[in-house]
Design a protein around this ligand. Structure first.
Ligand code: ATP
Length: 361
């Protein structure tokens, strides 16, 4: 077995009955034991991919291999996967213990009630719901229901765990807690996990790697930090990062990058980061707010229109070309609303994209 390619998705395509092409030629691999986040905006195709992996949807074309075996024609129940749905889908008339035991007590591989109870108890202990075993789902909090759904998905000891936005029904604080618990749990069990989310911070915090989609196409398949440092294209640069990246329209001409009131010499860029020679024309210059900060001299003169406190940092907001832009500074930076300041960009950290979003620097 090749551990690097425990899950292989090859040229997967999904066209729905109404003709909508939801997934367009998607290929990726998942390493055994990894927790991989499928990330992207609403409608980008995350659930469609998960449902094809689960066998709930048949791909229009392409292959899905689990542990080297093509499963496209294998029934969902025979794929050795566990699925945790967004709404948990617990059986309301059953207790927690009965819910968790249930998958073990049905189907052709069913085992005795006593054995099932033993296995259920192991996973209830791991998910910390032992004391709730006699409760009905309606008496549980969202976080507790989530744990029951995870325990129920794990009792069959599946090879692969699929989770579709499992935290979206929880409040912000609980989401942070449960996402850490999920990561600890799946690492403890050692199960290969695909986790769908539209929340970039969630993906960055728990994913061994992230696959970012837009319009049914992979935009980047990478480790978290590379989405910040080396975004593949303008969509990725915009999607990942909080506060969002600043974008300035610029024109390259005669060795200069000209914004509406600043100029940067092409020669001052880090030449190693240039992907191609910069031909004359229009580009988008993007810079993360932490890389455009107040200084005695700088490319942009800004009037600070608002200051927002976010935990240990502050966002200085300013208008540029009729659009709001941001600079991220620490609490000590002595700047307030109404101040005029110069902002300096870190030229080794800016990005340049063509008008259609291709990265050139
Ligand atoms: P969300 O985060 O909102 O759940 P998603 O990324 O999971 O979104 P999908 O549910 O996979 O996206 O949907 C991908 C695209 O396919 C969307 O444009 C959606 O409208 C479309 N789609 C989903 N199911 C069907 C269907 N049964 N028939 C036709 N189109 C569908």
């Amino acid at each position: 077995m090749n551990e690097e390619q425990f899950v292989q998705v090859k040229h997967l395509k999904m066209i729905y009955d109404n003709g909508h092409e939801a997934i367009k030629d998607v290929s990726f691999n998942v390493k055994k034991g990894d927790l991989v986040c499928l990330l992207g905006p609403s409608g980008c195709g995350k659930t469609t991919i998960l449902n094809m992996l689960a066998g709930l949807l048949t791909p229009t074309s392409g292959e899905i291999l689990f542990d080297g075996k093509n499963v496209v024609k294998v029934q969902p129940k025979d794929r050795e996967i566990g699925y945790v749905f967004q709404n948990y889908a617990l059986y309301p008339h059953m207790t927690v213990l009965q819910n968790v035991m249930f998958p073990l007590t049905v189907g052709k591989n069913k085992i005795s009630k006593e054995e099932a109870k033993k296995i259920a108890e192991k996973y209830m202990a791991l998910t910390q719901i032992t004391e709730l075993k006699d409760q009905k789902p309606s008496n549980l909090s969202g976080g507790q229901q989530q744990r029951v759904a995870i325990a129920r998905a794990l009792v069959m000891e599946p090879k692969i765990l699929l989770m579709d936005e499992p935290l979206s029904n929880l409040d912000a604080r609980l989401r942070l807690k449960i996402r850490e618990e999920i990561r600890t749990l799946v690492k403890e069990v050692g199960i290969t996990t695909l986790f769908v989310t539209h929340d970039q911070e969630e993906a960055l915090s728990i994913g061994d790697k992230i696959i970012l989609f837009n319009n049914g196409v992979i935009q980047q398949d990478d480790e978290g930090q590379n989405f910040y440092l080396e975004p593949n294209n303008h969509f990725v640069a915009n999607f990942v990062g909080n506060p969002v990246i600043d974008n300035f329209e610029v024109e390259v001409n005669d060795g200069l990058i000209k914004g509406s009131d600043f100029e940067i010499k092409v020669a001052d860029l880090d030449q190693k980061r240039l992907k191609t020679e910069l031909s004359a024309g229009k580009y988008i210059l993007s810079v993360r707010p932490e890389n455009i900060i107040p200084a005695e001299t700088g490319e942009i003169k800004a009037l600070i229109t608002d200051v927002e406190l976010i935990g240990r940092e502050r966002i200085l907001k300013f208008d540029y070309d009729g659009k709001q832009a941001r600079s991220l500074v620490d609490l000590e930076t002595p700047i307030k609303t109404g101040d005029q300041t110069c902002l300096k960009m870190r030229l080794d950290r800016i990005f340049l994209f063509t008008a259609d979003g291709k990265r050139v620097y």
